[in-house]
Design a protein around this ligand. Structure first.
Ligand code: 13P
Length: 254
């Protein structure tokens, strides 16, 4: 497992202009570059990725929000793993719930993750339940998501595999409505247990686990220090350079 905290900025479909993207990238890169104990990953929309090609440092990395599952074939509108790697992209989010909502299946997510890892990049595979039922059926949902979304990934790639747990009910909300550090800890233990059942104890220790969903300055430090996760996936607060810099700082202090 990684020693440094991994903090991923998922800009989603923002900001609306290249000028704003440049400004946000510059500020975030400066903030992340100062921190010894944090790896910052910035995931801009595809339209801006080229402008930041090879723009990372030893502490700040370029990520993508999605990818196609192959380097070849007729695939209008898609972007291949090889193209991303060529731009200096090192991390790729796959299976974000907002992509799953558009029809992406576990099977497709698994194919994308396999393709990303084969290209030598790190795959951030997202899972998360829509809602929590009292009977605990969401545990089974998560188990199936994990099993099927990791299908075909060889254990030797696990070191580059990152599981992001993002409960849908928390995404886009405020810190008050996020998972509590205690809940996050319970889910990180659950994820490790499912991985252990599927792949054995040794392999199951390798992937990093991140939490995402309403991460703000108020809860970032507590989730990192007592949630049992190795990092965070941050949405709306990654668009506020000052707030995101404070999240990075609190991660560095854990
Ligand atoms: P918010 O941080 O806006 O809740 O988004 C979480 C997310 O979806 C990151 O991938």
């Amino acid at each position: 497992m990684r020693r440094k905290k991994l903090i991923v900025a998922n800009w989603k479909m923002h900001p609306g202009s290249m000028a704003e993207a440049r400004s946000l990238f510059g500020k975030t890169k400066r903030a992340g570059s100062r921190l010894e104990k944090v790896e910052t990953v910035i995931c801009p929309p595809f339209a801006y990725l080229g402008a930041f090609a090879h723009g990372g440092t030893s502490r700040v990395f370029l990520g993508a929000q999605d990818v196609f599952y192959s380097n070849s074939g007729r695939a209008t509108g898609e972007v291949s793993p090889e193209m991303l790697r060529d731009l200096g992209v090192t991390h790729v989010i796959v299976g974000h719930s907002e992509r799953r909502a558009l029809g992406e299946t576990n099977e497709l997510v698994a194919r994308k993750a396999v393709a990303v890892l084969a290209e030598g990049m790190q795959a951030i595979v997202c899972i998360g339940e829509k809602e929590r039922d009292e009977g605990g059926a969401f545990y089974e949902t998560l188990k199936v998501q994990l099993k099927e979304s990791l299908q075909g990934i060889a254990r030797r790639f696990f070191i580059d595999l990152i599981i992001a747990y993002e409960p849908l009910w928390a995404i886009g909300k405020s810190a008050k409505e996020a998972s509590t550090p205690k809940d996050v800890q319970e889910m990180s233990i659950f994820i490790r247990k499912v991985l252990t059942d599927l792949y054995g104890k040794e392999a199951a220790q390798q992937p990093s686990v991140l939490y995402g969903g309403a991460v703000e300055e108020e809860n970032a430090g507590a989730i990192l220090s007592s949630g049992g996760v190795q990092g965070l996936l941050v949405g709306h607060k990654s668009l506020d350079a000052e707030a995101f810099a404070r999240i990075l700082k609190s991660a560095n202090a854990v």
